[in-house]
Design a protein around this ligand. Sequence first.
Ligand code: NDP
Ligand code: AKG
Length: 397
Amino acid sequence: MNALAATNRNFMKAARILGLDSKIEKSLLIPFREIKVECTIPKDDGTLVSYVGFRVQHDNARGPMKGGIRYHPEVDPDEVNALAQLMTWKTAVADIPYGGAKGGIGCSPKDLSTSELERLTRVFTQKIHDLIGVNADVPAPDMGTNAQTMAWILDEYSKFHGYSPAVVTGKPIGGRNRRGVVYATEALLAEHGKSIKGLTFAIQGFGNVGSWAAKLIHERGGKVVAVSDITGAVKNPNGINILDLLQHKDATGKLADFSGADAMDPNDLLTHDCDVLIPCALGGVLNRENAGDVKAKFIIEAANHPTDPEADEILSKKGVTILPDIYANAGGVTVSYFEWVQNIQGFMWDEEKVNQELKRYMTKAFHNIKGLCKSHNCDLRMGAFTLGVNRVARLLF
Ligand SMILES: NC(=O)C1=CN([C@@H]2O[C@H](COP(=O)(O)OP(=O)(O)OC[C@H]3O[C@@H](n4cnc5c(N)ncnc54)[C@H](OP(=O)(O)O)[C@@H]3O)[C@@H](O)[C@H]2O)C=CC1
Ligand SMILES: O=C(O)CCC(=O)C(=O)O
């Protein structure tokens, strides 16, 4: 099922639980605005190449629209739409004053030089600069983009509007705090009388999100027994030394050929023997083909929409507990909110305050979701969706 159909299906399920009026349902399914732009740049050898960029602004009932920008060959309008809608529910679940948006460019960032990426980012910004803004729509990194991409957007945007640091988050200053997935995991495990220490973890993706999750789990005494990226996968039943693996990836750009673990087929990562599975890469990776073979008892959706609705049903029948994306990875946008607030106020927080506040937001959201699971007798995904959808819908009309 495509990402948009799957996201709409989850939204409709939540709308039915909440008894939403069909007119409100319809207005929440239709995005506020969809932008599609042509981005042509000269390559380093002087030849011209054209890309298509998207920004979907889903809803702004709760505040400026917020969401990442993805550079990936599979970026398409339906997927960006789905991701933008998920941002609306995610920011509402986290209870931060934002709506939802998402953007992307259909390109292979690894095949572009740094100066080509810079030109592409600047052209994209030129095309959308009058539709984003500190109080309108605030981009951030997602797959294939990073702090450098955000710095280029800020610089290009500032040429048109004056220096406006709060127009993007995930900028280089101070780096990006990525403890949210681990705080969410701890909240779920505590509910089941467990902790990270001593449990086994398999992690798909070793980029911005996956490498941080792996590092923090390793630091807390969890055993990361399998990790994959696009170049391959590695496993070690005794636990991989993640600090060594990070050094290896830094030095070689890949996980493959790491001497501290055995190579494995990346297709087996999601069904690897472990207590907790954390998808941190693409959407739709858990589907009816592989869901029946999943061995983990817990799935933490650090990626956006990694589980399609058919897999959701299969996994639920198997008794697997899924911590849904709109809560599990909400730490990223919550820290974006802290960055935006600091930029607007011109007042800097220290890292301890960021961590404390993030933990407070994540813990509160978890308890709010659990409360709704109890009152609606539903799973965590519907607990999170009903929480998010209701917080938006109650502001309409
Ligand atoms: N960045 C953020 O702030 C947030 C991101 N997310 C979501 O988390 C997920 C990951 O994002 P992020 O970490 O930023 O992206 P990155 O681009 O930093 O990392 C993606 C990782 O996934 C790997 N990967 C790509 N395709 C595959 C594949 N087919 N099999 C295994 N691994 C693969 C990449 O491999 P390689 O390293 O070899 O390229 C890379 O390690 C996305 O779903 C994103 O939407 C959610 C919330 C916030
Ligand atoms: O930090 C942000 O603003 C957005 C992060 C994002 O794109 C996501 O949560 O999927």
